[in-house]
Design a protein around this ligand. Sequence first.
Ligand SMILES: [Fe+2]
Length: 112
Amino acid sequence: MLAIVATILYAAFAKLSLKAYKEQSQKLKYLEELKESQRNIIQKFSEISEAKSGETGQHIKRVSEYSAILAAKCGLSENEVEMISTASMMHDVGKLLIPREIIEKPGVLLTR
Ligand SMILES: [Fe+2]
């Protein structure tokens, strides 16, 4: 009798564990999709600012890769390296609000 109860309890526990595992896996999958979506949005914003500033087209990608390399060399975690890589793509986004004449002006902006 005790063996039957133990088997039933074990089966119920295993079923709950499997359900919790599946739910956790689904949450992790959603989080990964959210991270990828955020990175894509940031990349698109960055590409728009890059296009406005007349950069060569690979500037954002290069800065992101260099930032990741430096972050890794500094001993940051894989997650931190990824965040820095993504955030670095935003470094020129402020150019979106600066008039093109100023961005493309050759030479210095102010003289004394
Ligand atoms: Fe830049």
